[in-house]
Design a protein around this ligand. Sequence first.
Ligand code: CA
Length: 363
Amino acid sequence: MKRRDFLAGVGGAAALTACSSSTEPGAGSTRSDERFQWRIVTTWAPNFPGLGTAVNRLVQYLERMSGGRLRVRVYAAGELVPAFEVFDAVSRGTVEMGHGAAYYWRGQAEAAQFFASIPFGLSAHEMNGWLYYGGGLELWRELYAPFNLVPFPAGNTGVQTGGWFNRRIDSVADLRGLKMRIPGIGGEVLRLAGGTPVNLPGSEVFTALQNGTIDAAEWVGPYNDVAAGLHQAARYYYYPGWQEPGPTLECIVNRNAWESLPDDLKAIVEVACQAVNTDMTAEFMARNAQALKRLEEDESVEVLPFPPEVLAELKRLSLQVIEGLVARDPMSAKVWESYRAFMAQSESWQRVSEYAYLATRES
Ligand code: CA
Protein backbone atom coordinates (compact mmCIF):
# COMPACT_ATOMS: atom_id res chain seq x y z
CA MET A 1 0.00 0.00 0.00
CA LYS A 2 2.79 2.38 0.96
CA ARG A 3 4.67 1.65 -2.22
CA ARG A 4 1.55 2.20 -4.28
CA ASP A 5 0.87 5.53 -2.62
CA PHE A 6 4.42 6.56 -3.33
CA LEU A 7 4.11 5.65 -6.99
CA ALA A 8 0.76 7.43 -7.30
CA GLY A 9 2.42 10.43 -5.70
CA VAL A 10 5.17 10.58 -8.32
CA GLY A 11 2.37 10.41 -10.83
CA GLY A 12 4.18 8.57 -13.65
CA ALA A 13 1.62 6.87 -15.88
CA ALA A 14 4.00 3.98 -16.55
CA ALA A 15 4.59 3.48 -12.84
CA LEU A 16 0.85 3.45 -12.22
CA THR A 17 0.18 0.94 -14.97
CA ALA A 18 2.91 -1.37 -13.74
CA CYS A 19 1.57 -1.05 -10.25
CA SER A 20 -2.10 -1.50 -11.01
CA SER A 21 -1.52 -4.72 -12.91
CA SER A 22 -0.16 -6.29 -9.75
CA THR A 23 -2.79 -5.05 -7.30
CA GLU A 24 -6.31 -6.10 -6.51
CA PRO A 25 -9.20 -4.33 -8.29
CA GLY A 26 -10.88 -1.49 -6.46
CA ALA A 27 -7.75 -0.25 -4.69
CA GLY A 28 -7.66 3.56 -4.79
CA SER A 29 -4.78 4.32 -7.10
CA THR A 30 -5.50 1.54 -9.59
CA ARG A 31 -8.59 3.41 -10.80
CA SER A 32 -6.61 6.48 -11.83
CA ASP A 33 -5.68 4.83 -15.12
CA GLU A 34 -9.26 4.35 -16.13
CA ARG A 35 -10.34 6.40 -19.14
CA PHE A 36 -13.78 7.94 -19.47
CA GLN A 37 -15.51 8.88 -22.69
CA TRP A 38 -18.54 10.97 -21.79
CA ARG A 39 -21.15 13.06 -23.57
CA ILE A 40 -22.53 16.46 -22.58
CA VAL A 41 -25.83 17.74 -23.95
CA THR A 42 -26.56 21.47 -23.83
CA THR A 43 -29.47 23.85 -24.11
CA TRP A 44 -27.47 26.10 -26.51
CA ALA A 45 -27.21 26.37 -30.26
CA PRO A 46 -23.89 24.98 -31.60
CA ASN A 47 -20.97 27.20 -30.52
CA PHE A 48 -23.42 29.86 -29.31
CA PRO A 49 -21.25 32.89 -28.34
CA GLY A 50 -20.41 32.96 -24.64
CA LEU A 51 -22.83 30.26 -23.48
CA GLY A 52 -22.15 27.44 -25.94
CA THR A 53 -18.47 28.29 -26.32
CA ALA A 54 -18.11 28.01 -22.53
CA VAL A 55 -19.07 24.33 -22.81
CA ASN A 56 -16.35 23.81 -25.43
CA ARG A 57 -13.92 25.43 -23.02
CA LEU A 58 -15.13 23.24 -20.15
CA VAL A 59 -14.48 20.00 -22.04
CA GLN A 60 -11.06 21.26 -23.16
CA TYR A 61 -10.15 21.91 -19.52
CA LEU A 62 -11.37 18.44 -18.55
CA GLU A 63 -9.35 16.74 -21.26
CA ARG A 64 -6.17 18.73 -20.67
CA MET A 65 -6.23 18.58 -16.88
CA SER A 66 -6.95 14.86 -16.88
CA GLY A 67 -4.26 14.12 -19.46
CA GLY A 68 -6.96 12.73 -21.74
CA ARG A 69 -8.48 10.41 -19.13
CA LEU A 70 -11.78 12.31 -19.16
CA ARG A 71 -12.92 13.12 -22.67
CA VAL A 72 -16.35 14.65 -23.16
CA ARG A 73 -18.05 15.16 -26.51
CA VAL A 74 -20.33 18.20 -26.81
CA TYR A 75 -23.82 17.97 -28.29
CA ALA A 76 -25.63 21.26 -28.91
CA ALA A 77 -29.38 21.60 -28.46
CA GLY A 78 -31.22 19.19 -30.73
CA GLU A 79 -28.17 17.19 -31.78
CA LEU A 80 -28.87 14.38 -29.35
CA VAL A 81 -31.81 15.68 -27.30
CA PRO A 82 -33.87 18.89 -27.59
CA ALA A 83 -32.80 21.83 -25.40
CA PHE A 84 -35.55 21.41 -22.86
CA GLU A 85 -34.87 17.67 -22.38
CA VAL A 86 -31.30 18.09 -21.13
CA PHE A 87 -32.27 17.70 -17.47
CA ASP A 88 -34.23 14.48 -18.01
CA ALA A 89 -31.59 12.96 -20.30
CA VAL A 90 -28.85 13.40 -17.70
CA SER A 91 -31.19 12.36 -14.88
CA ARG A 92 -31.98 9.09 -16.68
CA GLY A 93 -28.32 8.51 -17.50
CA THR A 94 -28.83 8.64 -21.28
CA VAL A 95 -25.77 10.92 -21.15
CA GLU A 96 -23.37 11.71 -18.30
CA MET A 97 -23.41 15.52 -18.37
CA GLY A 98 -25.54 18.51 -19.28
CA HIS A 99 -25.15 22.30 -19.48
CA GLY A 100 -27.99 24.80 -19.26
CA ALA A 101 -29.78 27.03 -16.77
CA ALA A 102 -31.70 25.79 -13.74
CA TYR A 103 -34.76 27.97 -14.41
CA TYR A 104 -35.54 25.82 -17.44
CA TRP A 105 -36.43 22.98 -15.04
CA ARG A 106 -39.24 24.64 -13.11
CA GLY A 107 -41.54 21.91 -14.47
CA GLN A 108 -39.42 19.28 -12.69
CA ALA A 109 -38.68 21.34 -9.56
CA GLU A 110 -39.98 24.88 -9.12
CA ALA A 111 -37.23 25.79 -6.65
CA ALA A 112 -34.65 25.29 -9.42
CA GLN A 113 -35.33 28.86 -10.55
CA PHE A 114 -33.50 30.30 -7.54
CA PHE A 115 -30.29 28.63 -8.73
CA ALA A 116 -30.35 30.46 -12.08
CA SER A 117 -31.85 33.90 -11.50
CA ILE A 118 -34.98 35.49 -10.10
CA PRO A 119 -36.25 39.04 -10.72
CA PHE A 120 -34.67 41.64 -8.42
CA GLY A 121 -32.51 38.86 -6.95
CA LEU A 122 -28.78 38.33 -6.54
CA SER A 123 -26.14 39.66 -8.94
CA ALA A 124 -23.49 37.34 -10.45
CA HIS A 125 -21.00 38.30 -7.76
CA GLU A 126 -23.59 37.66 -5.04
CA MET A 127 -24.75 34.37 -6.59
CA ASN A 128 -21.19 33.09 -6.29
CA GLY A 129 -21.06 34.21 -2.67
CA TRP A 130 -24.34 32.49 -1.87
CA LEU A 131 -23.61 29.28 -3.79
CA TYR A 132 -20.02 28.70 -2.68
CA TYR A 133 -20.03 30.27 0.79
CA GLY A 134 -23.64 30.91 1.79
CA GLY A 135 -25.18 27.44 1.74
CA GLY A 136 -26.70 27.80 -1.75
CA LEU A 137 -24.84 24.93 -3.41
CA GLU A 138 -25.81 22.50 -0.61
CA LEU A 139 -29.47 23.37 -1.15
CA TRP A 140 -29.06 22.98 -4.91
CA ARG A 141 -27.53 19.51 -4.42
CA GLU A 142 -30.40 18.61 -2.08
CA LEU A 143 -32.95 19.75 -4.66
CA TYR A 144 -31.35 17.74 -7.49
CA ALA A 145 -30.56 14.60 -5.45
CA PRO A 146 -33.95 12.92 -6.10
CA PHE A 147 -33.26 13.38 -9.82
CA ASN A 148 -29.96 11.52 -9.54
CA LEU A 149 -28.08 14.71 -10.51
CA VAL A 150 -25.09 16.57 -9.09
CA PRO A 151 -25.13 20.28 -10.07
CA PHE A 152 -22.15 22.65 -10.40
CA PRO A 153 -22.22 26.40 -11.08
CA ALA A 154 -20.69 26.68 -14.57
CA GLY A 155 -21.10 30.17 -15.96
CA ASN A 156 -22.82 33.46 -15.32
CA THR A 157 -23.68 36.18 -17.85
CA GLY A 158 -23.76 38.94 -15.24
CA VAL A 159 -26.67 41.39 -15.17
CA GLN A 160 -28.69 41.22 -18.37
CA THR A 161 -30.53 44.03 -20.16
CA GLY A 162 -34.25 44.73 -19.92
CA GLY A 163 -34.81 43.90 -23.57
CA TRP A 164 -35.79 45.29 -26.95
CA PHE A 165 -39.08 47.10 -27.38
CA ASN A 166 -40.91 48.31 -30.48
CA ARG A 167 -42.61 51.00 -28.43
CA ARG A 168 -41.56 53.26 -25.58
CA ILE A 169 -42.27 52.31 -21.99
CA ASP A 170 -42.98 55.60 -20.24
CA SER A 171 -45.33 54.33 -17.56
CA VAL A 172 -46.75 51.16 -15.99
CA ALA A 173 -49.76 51.52 -18.34
CA ASP A 174 -47.46 50.90 -21.33
CA LEU A 175 -46.90 47.34 -20.12
CA ARG A 176 -50.58 46.55 -20.64
CA GLY A 177 -51.18 44.52 -23.76
CA LEU A 178 -47.44 44.15 -24.35
CA LYS A 179 -46.58 40.83 -25.98
CA MET A 180 -43.08 40.03 -24.89
CA ARG A 181 -40.67 37.13 -25.09
CA ILE A 182 -39.76 36.78 -21.42
CA PRO A 183 -39.54 33.36 -19.75
CA GLY A 184 -39.90 32.23 -16.13
CA ILE A 185 -40.85 34.35 -13.15
CA GLY A 186 -40.23 37.52 -15.17
CA GLY A 187 -42.96 36.39 -17.54
CA GLU A 188 -45.41 35.83 -14.70
CA VAL A 189 -44.62 39.35 -13.47
CA LEU A 190 -45.37 40.79 -16.91
CA ARG A 191 -48.68 38.93 -16.93
CA LEU A 192 -49.66 40.50 -13.59
CA ALA A 193 -48.75 43.87 -15.08
CA GLY A 194 -51.25 43.25 -17.88
CA GLY A 195 -48.88 42.01 -20.58
CA THR A 196 -48.63 38.67 -22.38
CA PRO A 197 -45.42 36.69 -21.83
CA VAL A 198 -44.26 34.45 -24.66
CA ASN A 199 -41.59 31.78 -24.32
CA LEU A 200 -39.52 31.40 -27.48
CA PRO A 201 -36.14 29.77 -27.97
CA GLY A 202 -33.37 32.25 -28.81
CA SER A 203 -33.30 31.23 -32.46
CA GLU A 204 -36.88 32.45 -33.01
CA VAL A 205 -36.68 35.78 -31.19
CA PHE A 206 -35.40 37.90 -34.09
CA THR A 207 -38.08 36.89 -36.59
CA ALA A 208 -40.93 37.18 -34.07
CA LEU A 209 -39.79 40.68 -33.09
CA GLN A 210 -39.23 41.81 -36.64
CA ASN A 211 -42.55 40.60 -38.05
CA GLY A 212 -44.55 41.95 -35.09
CA THR A 213 -45.62 38.60 -33.61
CA ILE A 214 -44.22 40.07 -30.38
CA ASP A 215 -43.73 43.72 -29.31
CA ALA A 216 -40.69 43.16 -27.16
CA ALA A 217 -38.08 40.57 -26.23
CA GLU A 218 -35.47 40.09 -23.57
CA TRP A 219 -32.57 37.86 -24.54
CA VAL A 220 -29.19 38.26 -22.84
CA GLY A 221 -27.22 41.48 -23.18
CA PRO A 222 -25.45 43.59 -25.82
CA TYR A 223 -22.94 40.90 -26.82
CA ASN A 224 -25.52 38.20 -27.62
CA ASP A 225 -28.29 40.59 -28.66
CA VAL A 226 -26.17 42.25 -31.34
CA ALA A 227 -25.00 38.84 -32.56
CA ALA A 228 -28.67 37.84 -32.90
CA GLY A 229 -29.44 41.06 -34.80
CA LEU A 230 -32.09 42.22 -32.31
CA HIS A 231 -30.98 45.85 -32.76
CA GLN A 232 -32.27 45.57 -36.33
CA ALA A 233 -35.67 44.32 -35.17
CA ALA A 234 -36.55 46.93 -32.50
CA ARG A 235 -35.60 50.51 -31.66
CA TYR A 236 -35.75 50.85 -27.87
CA TYR A 237 -33.24 49.04 -25.69
CA TYR A 238 -34.16 49.23 -22.02
CA TYR A 239 -32.08 48.67 -18.91
CA PRO A 240 -31.50 47.29 -16.34
CA GLY A 241 -32.34 43.59 -16.65
CA TRP A 242 -34.56 43.45 -13.56
CA GLN A 243 -35.75 39.99 -14.70
CA GLU A 244 -32.28 38.40 -14.72
CA PRO A 245 -29.78 40.21 -12.52
CA GLY A 246 -27.07 37.52 -12.62
CA PRO A 247 -28.09 34.14 -14.00
CA THR A 248 -25.90 31.23 -13.01
CA LEU A 249 -25.55 28.49 -15.61
CA GLU A 250 -25.16 24.92 -14.55
CA CYS A 251 -23.23 21.79 -15.36
CA ILE A 252 -25.18 18.75 -14.22
CA VAL A 253 -23.62 15.32 -13.82
CA ASN A 254 -25.51 12.04 -13.55
CA ARG A 255 -24.90 10.74 -10.03
CA ASN A 256 -23.89 7.21 -11.08
CA ALA A 257 -21.42 8.64 -13.61
CA TRP A 258 -20.11 11.02 -10.95
CA GLU A 259 -19.58 8.20 -8.47
CA SER A 260 -17.69 6.15 -11.05
CA LEU A 261 -14.96 8.82 -11.20
CA PRO A 262 -11.78 8.51 -9.12
CA ASP A 263 -11.16 11.37 -6.69
CA ASP A 264 -8.69 13.22 -8.88
CA LEU A 265 -11.13 13.37 -11.82
CA LYS A 266 -13.89 14.49 -9.47
CA ALA A 267 -11.65 17.36 -8.38
CA ILE A 268 -10.89 18.17 -12.02
CA VAL A 269 -14.62 18.37 -12.88
CA GLU A 270 -15.23 20.60 -9.88
CA VAL A 271 -12.35 22.97 -10.63
CA ALA A 272 -13.03 23.08 -14.39
CA CYS A 273 -16.65 24.10 -13.70
CA GLN A 274 -15.46 26.77 -11.30
CA ALA A 275 -13.00 28.06 -13.91
CA VAL A 276 -15.72 28.28 -16.56
CA ASN A 277 -18.05 29.90 -14.05
CA THR A 278 -15.76 32.87 -13.44
CA ASP A 279 -14.36 32.94 -16.96
CA MET A 280 -17.79 33.55 -18.45
CA THR A 281 -18.39 36.55 -16.19
CA ALA A 282 -15.06 38.02 -17.33
CA GLU A 283 -15.87 37.40 -20.99
CA PHE A 284 -19.32 38.99 -20.76
CA MET A 285 -17.92 42.01 -18.92
CA ALA A 286 -15.49 42.65 -21.78
CA ARG A 287 -17.72 41.80 -24.73
CA ASN A 288 -20.93 43.46 -23.45
CA ALA A 289 -19.03 46.71 -23.01
CA GLN A 290 -17.71 46.51 -26.60
CA ALA A 291 -21.15 45.72 -28.02
CA LEU A 292 -22.87 48.46 -26.00
CA LYS A 293 -20.49 51.02 -27.48
CA ARG A 294 -21.57 49.92 -30.92
CA LEU A 295 -25.25 50.27 -29.99
CA GLU A 296 -24.70 53.74 -28.55
CA GLU A 297 -23.22 54.81 -31.88
CA ASP A 298 -26.11 53.28 -33.85
CA GLU A 299 -28.67 55.98 -34.74
CA SER A 300 -31.46 53.47 -35.19
CA VAL A 301 -31.22 52.44 -31.52
CA GLU A 302 -32.13 54.29 -28.31
CA VAL A 303 -30.66 52.94 -25.10
CA LEU A 304 -33.02 53.96 -22.28
CA PRO A 305 -33.52 53.32 -18.56
CA PHE A 306 -36.88 51.98 -17.41
CA PRO A 307 -38.72 54.78 -15.55
CA PRO A 308 -38.35 54.38 -11.74
CA GLU A 309 -42.13 53.90 -11.26
CA VAL A 310 -42.11 51.02 -13.78
CA LEU A 311 -39.24 49.31 -11.94
CA ALA A 312 -40.95 49.86 -8.59
CA GLU A 313 -44.13 48.21 -9.87
CA LEU A 314 -42.22 45.29 -11.42
CA LYS A 315 -40.40 44.80 -8.11
CA ARG A 316 -43.66 44.77 -6.17
CA LEU A 317 -45.18 42.23 -8.57
CA SER A 318 -42.02 40.07 -8.49
CA LEU A 319 -42.29 39.70 -4.75
CA GLN A 320 -45.94 38.77 -5.18
CA VAL A 321 -45.05 36.01 -7.67
CA ILE A 322 -42.27 34.68 -5.40
CA GLU A 323 -44.60 34.70 -2.39
CA GLY A 324 -47.09 32.61 -4.38
CA LEU A 325 -44.32 30.19 -5.33
CA VAL A 326 -43.06 29.69 -1.77
CA ALA A 327 -46.61 29.29 -0.46
CA ARG A 328 -47.28 26.28 -2.73
CA ASP A 329 -43.84 24.65 -2.80
CA PRO A 330 -42.05 23.76 0.49
CA MET A 331 -38.62 23.36 -1.13
CA SER A 332 -38.96 26.81 -2.72
CA ALA A 333 -39.80 28.16 0.74
CA LYS A 334 -36.66 26.56 2.18
CA VAL A 335 -34.43 27.90 -0.60
CA TRP A 336 -36.01 31.36 -0.53
CA GLU A 337 -35.35 31.64 3.20
CA SER A 338 -31.63 31.08 2.63
CA TYR A 339 -31.56 33.24 -0.53
CA ARG A 340 -33.43 36.13 1.06
CA ALA A 341 -31.28 36.11 4.20
CA PHE A 342 -28.12 36.15 2.10
CA MET A 343 -29.45 38.99 -0.05
CA ALA A 344 -30.38 41.11 2.97
CA GLN A 345 -26.90 40.69 4.43
CA SER A 346 -25.22 41.29 1.09
CA GLU A 347 -27.30 44.44 0.60
CA SER A 348 -25.73 46.06 3.67
CA TRP A 349 -22.24 45.18 2.53
CA GLN A 350 -22.85 46.22 -1.09
CA ARG A 351 -24.09 49.60 0.13
CA VAL A 352 -20.72 50.40 1.67
CA SER A 353 -18.64 48.64 -1.00
CA GLU A 354 -19.68 48.22 -4.67
CA TYR A 355 -22.61 50.69 -4.79
CA ALA A 356 -20.67 53.34 -2.89
CA TYR A 357 -17.52 52.83 -4.89
CA LEU A 358 -19.17 52.82 -8.35
CA ALA A 359 -21.22 55.91 -7.47
CA THR A 360 -17.99 57.65 -6.43
CA ARG A 361 -16.14 56.64 -9.59
CA GLU A 362 -18.97 57.80 -11.81
CA SER A 363 -19.32 61.23 -10.20
CA1 CA B 1 -32.55 36.54 -20.50
